[in-house]
Design a protein around this ligand. Structure first.
Ligand SMILES: NC(=O)c1ccc[n+]([C@@H]2O[C@H](COP(=O)([O-])OP(=O)(O)OC[C@H]3O[C@@H](n4cnc5c(N)ncnc54)[C@H](OP(=O)(O)O)[C@@H]3O)[C@@H](O)[C@H]2O)c1
Length: 234
């Protein structure tokens, strides 16, 4: 893994084994498809081996339209953590602490990307519902300080991720306190079609990325579309 990242530049040699914990949901499957379309090997994790295999088959089928691909397989979350050099944590916020308790020993020293957005819904409207630490990402880092935490990918619509040829012309906003870990994830984002990895600062910025998810959900509903975010002026 190479640490240096320059915004918008791709390092085609970066090939990583990626484990997705909670990978059977729309976000996990979408990210799995995009990572595999960029040539990485992905393992979709679940609490159920059967559900993971179904999700891995779905993701593999979605990959058929891509040209150069890595593999997608599935199994238990613990197996995803074993296989992954990089781990994506993609469970609902309600499951974050129990999930981390179960896999914590396996995360030591690994880059872990938290994509969780803690939200609550009232009368059809989404609201940010951050924990006391300020964000799910900061809470996770406190629960498992042995991991190299990064947070990001919140502002991309999961449904659009699943088609590897859809060009977003959007930014994946990535934050974290471990510069090398963040650089690796920024490069992974750059490798996705039409996507640019954008450094969003320290892990404390995760509260704004998580909160922006509520904004985008509400705007999507208002405008009947699937928004993502692009930073200009850089
Ligand atoms: N969807 C989006 O567009 C989007 C955008 C930004 C951020 N996010 C965030 O990304 C994460 C995943 O989103 P999603 O839509 O894929 O979520 P999801 O479908 O609700 O959950 C993902 C997977 O997590 C597992 N899971 C569910 N409840 C759990 C619990 N209590 N404990 C442990 N595992 C549990 C399930 O897998 P198994 O039952 O197979 O274990 C489920 O398939 C969420 O935190 C969400 O806030 C999503």
């Amino acid at each position: 893994m190479k640490p240096a990242h320059t915004t918008g530049q791709q390092n085609q040699e970066l090939k990583i084994n990626i484990g997705v914990v909670g990978g059977t949901g729309a976000e996990g499957v979408g990210l799995a498809v995009r990572f595999a379309a960029a040539g990485h090997n992905v393992f979709i994790g679940s609490r159920s081996e059967d559900r993971a295999i179904v999700a891995a088959d779905e993701a593999t089928a979605a990959l058929e339209v891509a040209t150069s691909v890595g593999s997608i397989s599935g199994g238990l979350n613990s197996a995803a953590c074993e296989m992954g050099e990089v781990i994506i944590l993609s469970v609902p916020y309600a499951g974050q602490s129990d999930t981390l308790e179960a896999i914590r020993p396996q995360l030591a020293g690994k880059i872990v990307v938290n994509v969780i957005a803690p939200l609550r819904f009232s009368k059809g409207e989404a609201f940010a519902a951050p924990p006391a630490e300020g964000s799910a990402a900061e809470e996770a880092a406190k629960l498992c300080p042995e991991a190299r935490w990064v947070a990001g990918f919140h502002t991309l619509p999961a449904g659009e991720l699943k088609n590897p040829n859809t060009s977003f012309e959007a930014d994946a906003l990535i934050c974290g306190d471990d510069a090398e870990a963040k650089s690796v994830i920024l490069e992974l984002a750059d490798q996705m079609t039409g996507l640019r990895g954008m450094d969003a600062g320290r892990l404390s910025s995760a509260r704004y990325l998580e909160g922006a998810t509520a904004l985008l959900i509400n705007m999507n509903k208002l405008h009947r579309t699937h928004f993502s975010v692009r930073i200009t002026g850089i």
